[in-house]
Design a protein around this ligand. Structure first.
Ligand SMILES: *Cc1c(COP(=O)(O)O)cnc(C)c1O
Length: 403
């Protein structure tokens, strides 16, 4: 059991189930005012009793909080809980997933360096690497997902890391983490995986030797479509560098938001287990439907990466991507007939969400550009919530009848 400033920590660690750790890990044993829930320490600054206390602190003799951007007790509990779930030495939480991603990337590179990223990474991550890093003299090679030989060839002497995701958006491609680690080891580069779609229930990349894991906690970990949050996890040596830069970049998570993240995390194994089950049922239903052209779900035998998915994940996740037959006009009719599924971006919350990438995320691309990326007119991404599969299937059926 780890020691904290306030005595022994309540539990986490290997002996307990993911569900028990999601509720308890990171909480100090001694409860503030005997409260069962985590206190929200809603403060921007932390005060010193006297000059002696300042000196004890500045000489490094005492661990304590000083200013909100450098740390907050509610955030520390979230960091410890996430580290426990992911099996990491250390964790930093951020105000959003993108804040975690950009701060992490910037802490690992300097002018003259080079990075490698796969082409179906999150749109804003790709944009950041392709456009902004260039302004600082950092090279970026974008390689097609799944081209492991091309990925290895893209590595140069000055390459610092390989960044990828698994599963990816929207095709739910699965990165072979064993292969990735092998390539990285041969060339002495770091590996970063955005594991947002998987969550620590379905996949723990650190167990495969991946160096840093990133999450948009906005999605499954918080799980209620009500906050934005992000995290990076890994070895203390790397994470403390990121924490240092975070203090300057300032993507600090608010304590109240942290409380909502902690509350959401308590039920995330329950929610994700149900979402795994529901998504597989929905994927099977869609695959058998005569108005559906194609279904992408990593735990469907028809998925190109089914074997890899089964070898490194314990659940297929809550997202199902599919293409209907017909035209863009028909696709809109399908969307407009839905009554249960909300139309909107994001995923991982309790409400089922459906998005039409061509109309939403790629509205500013030409049809030709979209088709080159595989974003066709009739492609949909369904992120199942915690409703029963039967409810979601009935709603989809209502839409498909209009197609
Ligand atoms: C949503 C998302 C992000 C960005 O996270 P925010 O919390 O929205 O900033 C990054 N990566 C993936 C895979 C995501 O789904």
């Amino acid at each position: 059991m780890r020691k904290t400033a306030k005595g022994k920590e309540r539990r986490g660690g290997r002996g307990l189930s993911m569900s028990a750790r999601a509720v308890h890990a990171g909480e100090p044993r001694k409860r503030y005012a005997d409260s069962i829930t985590t206190p929200i320490v809603q403060t921007s600054t932390f005060v010193f009793a006297d000059s002696r206390e300042i000196e004890r602190y500045t000489r490094g003799g005492k661990q304590r909080y000083e200013y909100g951007r450098y740390g907050n007790p509610t955030a520390t509990i979230a960091e410890r809980r996430l580290a426990d779930l992911e099996g990491a030495e250390d964790c930093v939480v951020f105000s959003s997933g993108m804040s975690a991603i950009t701060t992490t990337i910037l802490s690992l590179v300097q002018s003259g360096d080079h990075i490698v990223i796969t082409d179906d990474s999150y749109k804003k991550t790709l944009e950041f690497c392709r456009s902004y890093l260039k302004q600082f003299g950092i090279g970026c090679t974008i390689v097609p997902f799944g081209d492991y030989a091309g990925l290895e060839k893209a590595i140069r002497k000055n390459t610092r890391f390989i960044f990828s995701e698994s599963p990816t958006n929207p095709y739910l491609n699965i990165f072979d983490l064993v292969k990735l680690k092998g390539i990285a080891r041969r060339h002495g580069v770091l590996t970063l995986i955005d594991s947002t779609f998987a969550t620590p229930l379905n996949q723990r990349p650190l167990e495969f030797g991946i160096d840093l894991v990133l999450h948009s906690c906005t999605k499954y970990l918080a799980g209620h479509n009500d906050i934005l949050a992000g995290a990076v996890l890994g070895r203390t040596e790397l994470v403390s560098r990121i924490r240092d830069l975070h203090k300057s970049m300032g993507g600090t998570i608010d304590p109240h938001c942290c409380y909502l993240l902690l509350r959401g995390m308590k039920t995330f194994p329950l929610r994700v287990a149900k979402q795994n089950e529901t998504a597989l049922k929905v994927a099977r239903y869609l695959e058998g439907h005569r108005k559906i052209r194609r279904v992408y779900y990593p735990f469907l035998e028809s998925h190109p990466h089914y074997a890899v998915a089964k070898s490194q994940m314990s659940g297929g996740g809550g997202v199902v991507t599919f293409e209907t037959k017909g035209t863009l006009r028909a696709a809109k009719r399908f969307l407009d007939a839905l009554r249960l599924c909300y139309i909107g971006p994001s995923l991982g919350g309790v409400e089922t969400l459906i998005t039409h990438p061509a109309l939403v995320s790629y509205y500013d691309y030409s049809r030709k550009e979209r088709y080159e990326l595989g974003i066709t007119d009739t492609l949909f991404r369904l992120a199942v919530g915690i409703e029963d599969a039967e409810d979601i299937i009935a709603d989809l059926e209502r839409g498909l009848r209009k197609l």
